[in-house]
Design a protein around this ligand. Structure first.
Ligand SMILES: [Zn+2]
Length: 413
């Protein structure tokens, strides 16, 4: 049996049991309808195969005793009709498309439940379309988003605990030579320039939609100045900017900065580098280099997408598909990473894994099952509206998983 056929059989069993418990006997037609609601990709194995699988499962279920049925019924989770949204198929992909996704956390903190949502969605789609799910640490700002060394491993542990199938791990801080070589191509082609203007001057020009004198420098001058960014320019004296459109209605898109100098020591690479790429440049290069064709991200990244499109244009690359989803927020005084850091410092929380922290590590400490988190996220779908974590709902899903685990444990004794 293929993976998909096995999933169809699992879902068929679950709904055949329910059907038999509810009505005394399971019927194939009812079960088939449920399968296509829960797993639209079932159609890939063909209606004839789906029916054959369902008929065989239904036959088994109808030969079970009432007690056996009830016992197994308790092991499953059935969501309310309206909650069983699931994830829709991707309109642009078929069973031959390998959908590669990436989850790109900043290791300046542990994995927050809100970020876990994005990771789970990425992992779901990569699994469904037999692609790869990559983890990419965005750690190129040793000054304001200083990485925590322990966070790298804790994030991997949390993702694995959540059932994510990690196809590769990258750290951007180890990929600087790659970014430099792409930057040099842009410099040579006259699509980027080293700006030596003071910060205030740059801001003023940006507001006015005016290109500065550095913008007209020839590639040779720019390359010479770029080399000086690695040696004698000081922090704040020079930055590498991409030529976009100085009259773009959004001022932040006007010749955005690709690289700047930061002299702070990086926790992983120490003093090896001082010219650091900003998020948008490193992200665009990596998405292309890693063959990412589906980006799932929070709506707050919309402007970043516009910025990155210029990089894709210059290199003649095809843009990945983008799915913007609502942000999963948490209520309370510990909602944000900064709140958690403050609470850990003050001793209010004993650490990132304190059961009160809305981190994945925190959820692990309060005996949350990873299946419950996944089911909650998948059940919430891919709508664009932000939502608050419904703790009651998550707890109720979790109780069913805990019950079925206890059930299995007592069965095997
Ligand atoms: Zn300038």
């Amino acid at each position: 049996m293929s993976d998909l056929e096995e999933r169809v059989a699992d879902i068929a069993r679950k709904f055949a049991i329910k059907n038999a418990v509810d009505y005394g006997v399971a019927r194939s037609d009812t079960v088939i309808n449920k399968i296509f609601l829960e797993l639209p990709s079932a159609k890939e194995i063909g209606m004839v195969n789906v029916r054959a699988i369902v008929d065989s499962v239904v036959g088994d279920i109808n030969s079970m005793s009432k007690d056996e049925l009830k016992k197994e019924y308790k092991m499953y989770t059935f969501l309310e009709q309206k909650q069983r949204v699931g994830l829709p198929d991707l309109g642009w992909a078929d069973q031959n498309t390998h959908v590669n996704t990436r989850f790109a956390p900043n290791p300046s903190g542990y994995l927050h439940i809100g970020h876990a949502k994005i990771a789970i969605l990425c992992d779901e789609y990569s699994k469904r379309y037999k692609g790869k799910f990559f983890v990419r640490f965005e750690d190129t700002d040793p000054k304001t988003k200083r990485p925590i060394v322990a966070a790298y491993q804790s994030i991997i542990d949390d993702l694995e605990w959540l059932g994510c199938d990690i196809g590769g791990v990258f750290k951007q801080s180890e990929r600087l030579p790659i970014y430099y070589s792409f930057a040099e191509r842009l410099l040579k082609d006259g699509n980027a320039y080293v700006c030596l203007c003071a910060k205030e001057e740059m801001q003023e020009n940006r507001r006015a939609g005016r290109g500065c004198r550095c913008r007209d420098a020839d590639p040779a001058t720019n390359i010479a100045n770029w080399k000086r960014m690695f040696t004698d320019f000081r922090e704040g004296e020079a930055s590498l900017r991409l030529k976009t459109d100085m009259s773009h209605p959004n001022t932040s898109i006007r010749d955005w900065i690709m690289f700047r100098i930061i002299d702070d020591e990086h926790p992983l690479t120490g003093k090896a580098y001082r010219v650091w790429p900003l998020y948008n440049f490193a992200s665009a290069i990596d998405d292309h280099e890693m063959g990412i064709n589906l980006i799932i991200r929070g709506k707050e990244h919309e402007i970043n997408g516009l910025k990155q499109a210029y990089v894709y244009d210059y290199f003649g690359w095809e843009l990945p598909h983008i799915m913007e989803v609502g942000i999963l927020k948490v209520e309370g005084t510990l909602a944000h990473k900064s709140d958690i850091i403050r609470a850990i410092k003050s001793g209010e929380l004993r650490g990132w894994d304190d059961p009160r922290a809305p981190t994945v590590a925190g959820f692990r400490s309060r005996s949350m099952s990873p299946e419950a988190i996944r089911e909650y996220v998948v059940g919430s779908g891919i709508g664009k509206n932000d939502s608050y974590l419904d703790v009651k709902k998550l707890d109720s899903i979790n109780r069913k998983y805990l019950a079925s685990k206890e059930h299995r444990a007592s069965d095997s004794r």
